[in-house]
Design a binder for this molecule. Structure first.
Ligand code: ATP
Ligand code: MG
Length: 598
């Protein structure tokens, strides 16, 4: 026997009671008793049977609207007292959109399914709920009308979920509503130049975020027919990468290395290099120190790169649930641009911390643990994320999303669990080596272990031609360099190769935040390939190359423009570089002889 209580504000009519009775019998079977209670709930009904509850009352709706209105007013007060201004003045015609956005920052529209459950266990940001039998995997749940959670474990008689906000305000017995939706975040142009948290709420404390567009944080990757071959280069501005591990638009290239080997710097340089190249950027910080993130924001601002970049930040002290969501949120923001026909670059810094956050959630949810205590679906959480990066075909707008996931290794071990997973998902990796970094080779790219499986097809023709032998020459040099340590007598040929190798390593060194143009890369690669730098001393090489670039740029502006386009090198262009190099070298070496740098 099931006892059901129906609360209403007015006495129900006989026919209403009959309809209700029929509906309840259809749902629960014949064996029920119904008690009708009159209560001041303004309108609508509340139906309970102990645990399950159907709240269709008007008071609930009003309460929801009241709370949201209070939150908006508080936010606006806070913003105006901080001296900030709304992005634009609200006009009466904006109000429906404004309300729609603000009433459902995550949940848009009305909650249509109101079957409820109760919290029966809460600890460490994880809740267990009884009575939510209709709940689906990954569904957004609403606890106490202003706290959100995502359903992660669907068990026979309970649901395990991770809380997204108000983690310490949820307690035993709180009511949980299933929303019938998955989490959504605001997307669109308004996100550029902003810092948001993984729920899409602004963290920069300036203007209110004003956008009408929302996107689900999890959505299927583009299908095979919607994709196209990677064919256009995405210049990182880092010579060692653009020449030997080129990246194409729509590619996924892993940046991997020990801690403090310059992984983030490569990603930031790449973002800075997109200035004026019509490529938007999304940087996702996962579990990083707030100070580190602040530094990145400052660098991007100083280099005028912030206005085309969106930062999604989950700091190290954020709950694991937020750290877990961050990359999906960033991906949704980037995806919107991609489907809009634009080129986007997204950096996930870093996915090792993301894997750790997911492991924490899984262990708290008491899922069985596998290798290194990671849950069984650890591969899937990254593959479904990275598969969303693509180059779309023309019919789909031709946009692209290039992904640069970052992975931190321990003691250079790239064969451990998470690194091998990501290596197998991505289209290549840039391996940064601690030894190289320590010895001053920066960026510390280990050419032997780095590879780009699709980018070669997208490389600028001139750069491809000039760097075709570079990788081999360097590998040969490294091999001989190891042997030369044994101190044996070296023949002239070996000495020459070693000397040439040292010069190349020197020429490939590049300071931070100074991405190189295609012109500069072409010039350096031309000088290396044609051994025009053999008579410049190693310690002056960096200075020589910089000044030669300036000299060429100012002396041959028309040719410089052509070279900068990356088109195949004509005989004419090659001859001009040779002449310019001879001219400049004579002048440079003469000045050195006189005792000073030119
Ligand atoms: P973490 O593991 O802490 O995230 P990381 O691998 O991301 O570190 P970065 O923070 O990018 O490394 O760089 C580490 C240090 O190396 C920084 O102090 C940075 O300034 C310096 N660095 C990085 N690249 C270069 C470079 N090309 N030239 C000179 N210094 C560099
Ligand atoms: Mg870093």
């Amino acid at each position: 026997m099931r006892n059901i209580t129906v609360k209403s504000s007015l006495e129900l009519t006989q026919s209403q009671k009959q309809t209700l009775e029929k509906g309840l019998k259809d749902r629960y079977g014949e064996d029920i008793t119904i008690e009708y209670v009159i209560k001041d709930i303004l309108g609508g009904l509340i139906i309970t049977d102990g645990e399950k509850l159907l709240d269709l009352s008007m008071s609930k709706d009003l309460l929801k609207i009241k709370k949201e209105a209070e939150r908006i007013i508080n936010e606006m007060h806070a913003a105006s007292s901080a001296g900030a201004q709304l992005e634009k003045e609200l006009t009466p015609s904006d109000i429906p959109a404004f309300l729609k956005f603000n009433l459902g920052n995550i949940v848009t529209g009305n909650l249509d399914i109101d079957i409820c459950g109760k919290v029966i266990d809460v600890a460490d940001g994880i809740i267990r709920i009884s009575g939510l039998s209709s709940c689906k995997y990954n569904e957004l749940l609403l606890v106490n009308k202003d706290t959100y959670a995502i359903a992660m474990n669907l068990e026979k008689d309970r649901v395990g979920a991770m809380l997204l906000n108000n983690i310490d305000k949820v307690s035993f017995g709180d009511i949980v509503y299933a929303t019938g939706k998955t989490a959504e975040v605001p997307v669109g142009q308004a996100l550029l130049g902003r810092v948001v948290n993984p729920l899409g709420q602004p963290l920069d404390g300036i203007r209110t975020l004003f956008t009408e567009k929302f996107r689900k944080i999890e959505s299927p990757a583009p299908s095979i027919v919607d994709r196209e071959k990677v064919s256009r280069p995405l210049s990182t501005g880092i010579l060692a990468i653009d020449s030997m591990v080129p990246i194409g638009k729509g590619q996924r290239e892993l940046i991997i290395g020990d801690r403090q080997t310059g992984k983030t710097s490569i990603a930031i340089d790449t973002i800075i290099n997109q200035k004026g190249k019509n490529t938007l950027c999304v940087y996702v910080a996962i579990g990083q120190r707030a100070g580190e993130v602040a530094k990145i924001i400052r660098v991007l601002k100083e280099n005028d790169a912030f206005e085309y970049t969106c930062m999604v930040v989950s700091a190290a002290d954020d709950a694991p649930s937020l750290q877990y969501l961050a990359p999906y949120t960033g991906c949704a923001i980037a995806e919107e641009f991609m489907y809009d026909g634009k080129d986007v670059l997204i950096v996930y810094d870093d996915l090792s911390k993301h894997a750790v956050a997911y492991r924490t959630i899984s262990l708290l949810l008491k899922r069985p643990s596998g290798r290194e205590a990671y849950p069984g679906d650890i591969f899937y959480i990254h593959s479904r994320l990275l598969e969303r990066a693509a180059k779309l075909c023309k019919q789909k707008g031709g946009g692209s999303m290039t992904a640069l996931p970052i992975i931190e290794t321990l003691e250079g071990d790239i064969s451990s669990y998470i690194p091998t997973n990501i290596i197998s998902i991505t289209d290549g990796q840039i391996y940064l080596e601690r030894e190289l970094f320590r010895s001053g080779v920066r960026p510390a790219v280990n050419v032997g272990l780095s590879v780009s499986r699709v980018g070669g097809a997208a490389q600028y023709p001139a750069i491809r031609k000039l760097s075709s032998k570079l990788r081999l020459t360097l590998a040969h040099y490294r091999e001989l360099a190891v042997f030369s340590h044994f101190g044996s007598e070296l023949d002239d040929n070996t000495k020459r190769i070693l000397e040439q190798g040292e010069k190349i390593v020197e020429a490939l060194k590049q300071p931070q935040y100074q991405p190189m143009s295609v012109l500069r890369q072409t010039l350096i690669l031309y000088l290396i390939a044609n051994q025009l730098i053999s008579d410049v001393d190693k310690k002056h090489l960096g200075d020589f190359l910089t000044k030669f670039h300036h000299f060429y740029y100012s002396s041959y502006p028309a040719q410089a423009k052509e070279l900068n386009s990356g088109r195949d090198l004509s005989d004419n262009a090659a001859a001009t570089i040779e002449v310019a190099c001879e001219q400049f070298k004579a002048y440079y070496l003469a000045s050195l002889k006189k005792g000073g740098l030119p």
